[in-house]
Design a protein around this ligand. Structure first.
Ligand SMILES: [Zn+2]
Length: 495
C-alpha cells in the first residue's frame, strides 16, 4: 500500500475520500517506519547473554539457541515474538538472518506476510566450525536456498537474501555456492558479517591465506556487489572501504552490539568520506545488540561517534534509520520517506510517552532538539511505564505506533516533508492492535481523535513546529553533503 499524498493537512483535507476519517496523533512525530539492516530473529530470546566476546559468544549462546529451530513450532513462536517486538519498536523493514533450517525461513516470511511488511531475509549457510546440527554441504545449501527463493523471493513484499553466516563458518565451496545463487536469480540480496572482531580477523587470515584480506574472501566468491550488506565492518582497511564504495556494497552500523561484545567503534564519518562514500544503514544486531529499538540504537551511535570526536546530529541520525537504511538496501525509491508513491510504512513517536519525556520535550527549542531527545530518551523507561499503567488500571500509552497502511494527521518527519498530513487507504493501528488485527478497538481508542473537518490541532509545547520549514531545508542540504556522492568535486579518491 502506498501513500496517496503527503503535505499540509489544510491543503490535503479536501482530498480525503468519503468514508475515510483521518486520525490525529497529538504530541507525536510521524516518521517513515524505521529500517533495521542487520538483525537475527532466532536470537530474540537470548539478548543480554553475559560475559563473552564474539567467537566465545557464538559457541556458548548462539549455536545452542539456533539448534532449537529444527522444531517448526519453536521457529513459528519465535517469529511471532520477533515480528511483534520489531513493529512495537517502530521498525517496518529489516534485513534478517534466520537459521540453517528452511522451516525457520518459512516461519519468518509467513509472519511477515501476515503483517504485510517488506522484509529481506534468508537461510543461514554454514559448513564448518559450528555444531554438526547446523552444518550442511555446499550443494545442500544451494538446493535448499533455491527452493526458498522460489517460494518467497518477490512474493508480495518479501525479498530473499543469501546468508552465509561469515567467513569462518564457510569453506570456499560454500561461498562459491552462495555466489552461484546470486548469479542464478534476479534481485537477490547477500548478507554476512565482516571485520567485527580482531580475533575473528586473525582467524579469517589463517583460514583463507590466499586472500588479500577479509573482504577479499567475499569478493573472490562474487559476494561484494550492489545489494550486499556487510554487518559491522569495524576494522576495515582503506582499500576495503574503497572496494565497498566501488561495488556499491553496504555496511550495517550496529553500535549496541559492538559496544556489548566489546568489538570496537565503527568509524561512521570515515566510512562516509565524500571522496568514496560507502552506503551505510543502521542495524540492531539482536541478540548481540541489546535492543530492537532504532531510537536506542541511534542513541548509542551518537556515543560511538562522540568517542571519536564526531557529532551525529539528529537529522543525520534519523536519516540513517529511515531513508539511509532504504538506500543501503537499494529500496530508497519506495521506502524510507513519507511521500506520494512511497510505501505507507509509518511509525508514530509519542513525545509525551513518559513523565521524563513530557518534562524534557516541554522545552525543546527546535525540531532537531526534539528528535535528539527522542533518540536519547525515547525508549528508556517504557517497561516501567507500562507496568505502572496496568497497576493503576489505566490504559498505558504506547510510545511507538506502527502501521503498514496509515491514515494519520500530525507533524510528520520525512526527507522533505515535516509538517502536515499523510494518508493512504486503511488505518493506523497500535502494534498490539495490528497484531490482533482489531480495527474496531482502534476506533474506540480515545487517545486518538478523529479530525474530519478541521485543521490538525497542535498541543506540543515549545517552538519546534515553527522551525519545521527551516529543518526541511537543512535536511535537503545535509543529505547530499553527508550521505551521497553526487557529482560534486570532493577531491581525489584516497586510493
Ligand atoms: Zn549479526
Amino acid at each position: 500500500m502506498k501513500h496517496d499524498a503527503a503535505g499540509p493537512y489544510a491543503t490535503l483535507r479536501s482530498a480525503v475520500p468519503d468514508g475515510v476519517t483521518p486520525t490525529e496523533y497529538r504530541d507525536a512525530v510521524i516518521t517513515a517506519g524505521f529500517i533495521d539492516t542487520h538483525v537475527h530473529y532466532p536470537q530474540v530470546k537470548m539478548i543480554g547473554a553475559y560475559g563473552a566476546q564474539l567467537l566465545e559468544w557464538l559457541d556458548r549462546y548462539t549455536f545452542p539457541t539456533e539448534l532449537k529451530f529444527a522444531d517448526r513450532d519453536y521457529a513459528a513462536a519465535a517469529a511471532q515474538l520477533f515480528m511483534r517486538e520489531l513493529l512495537r519498536a517502530g521498525t517496518t523493514t529489516a534485513a534478517v538472518y534466520c537459521t540453517v533450517h528452511p522451516q525457520s525461513v518459512d516461519a519468518f516470511f509467513a509472519e511477515s506476510v501476515r503483517y504485510g511488511t517488506c522484509m529481506v531475509a534468508g537461510k543461514v549457510l554454514m559448513d564448518r566450525n559450528a555444531p554438526s546440527g547446523l552444518l550442511e554441504p555446499p550443494q545442500t545449501a544451494y538446493d535448499e536456498s533455491a527452493r526458498l527463493i522460489e517460494r518467497w523471493h518477490k512474493k508480495g513484499r518479501q525479498l530473499y537474501c543469501v546468508t552465509p553466516r561469515f567467513a569462518p563458518t564457510s569453506t570456499e565451496g560454500l561461498l562459491d555456492a552462495a555466489g552461484s545463487l546470486l548469479r542464478a536469480h534476479d534481485g537477490l540480496y547477500l548478507q554476512t558479517h565482516l571485520s567485527e572482531n580482531l580475533a575473528e580477523i586473525e582467524w579469517v587470515r589463517s583460514l583463507f591465506p590466499a586472500r588479500a584480506g577479509y573482504l577479499d574472501v567475499y569478493a573472490h566468491a562474487g559476494l561484494a556487489s550492489a545489494r550486499s550488506v556487510f554487518g559491522h565492518g569495524i576494522h576495515l582497511s582503506e582499500q576495503e572501504l574503497c572496494t565497498c564504495h566501488a561495488t556499491g556494497a553496504a555496511l550495517s552500523h550496529c553500535p549496541t552490539s559492538n559496544l556489548f561484545l566489546g568489538s570496537g567503534l565503527f568509524r561512521l564519518f570515515d566510512v562516509l568520506d565524500p571522496r568514496r562514500p560507502v552506503r551505510v544503514g543502521l542495524g540492531t544486531d539482536v541478540g548481540a545488540g541489546t535492543s530492537l529499538s532504532q531510537l536506542s540504537t541511534l542513541g548509542e551511535a551518537y556515543k560511538v561517534a562522540a568517542l571519536q570526536g564526531h557529532k551525529l546530529g539528529a537529522i543525520q541520525a534519523f536519516y540513517l534509520a529511515t531513508l539511509g537504511g532504504a538506500r543501503s538496501l537499494y529500496l530508497d525509491g519506495r521506502l524510507g520517506r513519507l511521500a506520494p508513491g512511497y510505501a505507507a510504512d509509518v511509525a508514530v513517536l509519542d513525545a509525551r510517552a513518559t513523565p521524563l519525556l513530557t518534562a524534557r520535550t516541554a522545552h525543546c527549542g527546535s525540531l532537531e532538539d526534539l528528535l535528539f531527545v527522542l533518540m536519547t530518551l525515547g525508549d528508556e523507561p517504557g517497561g516501567a511505564r507500562d507496568l505502572r499503567g496496568r497497576a493503576q488500571g489505566v490504559r498505558p500509552r504506547r510510545r511507538v505506533l506502527v502501521s503498514c497502511s496509515a491514515v494519520c494527521v500530525a507533524e510528520t518527519w520525512g526527507a522533505d516533508s515535516i509538517t502536515g498530513a499523510v494518508w493512504c487507504p486503511g488505518r493506523l493501528m497500535t502494534a498490539e492492535q495490528h497484531h490482533n488485527g482489531s480495527l474496531a478497538e482502534h476506533q474506540r481508542d480515545r487517545r486518538h481523535r478523529s479530525v474530519p473537518t478541521s485543521d490538525a490541532g497542535h498541543s506540543l509545547p515549545g517552538s519546534w513546529k515553527a522551525d519545521a520549514a527551516s529543518v526541511a531545508a537543512r535536511i535537503r542540504q545535509a543529505i547530499p553533503r553527508y550521505f551521497a556522492s553526487g557529482s560534486r568535486d570532493v577531491g581525489s579518491p584516497p586510493c
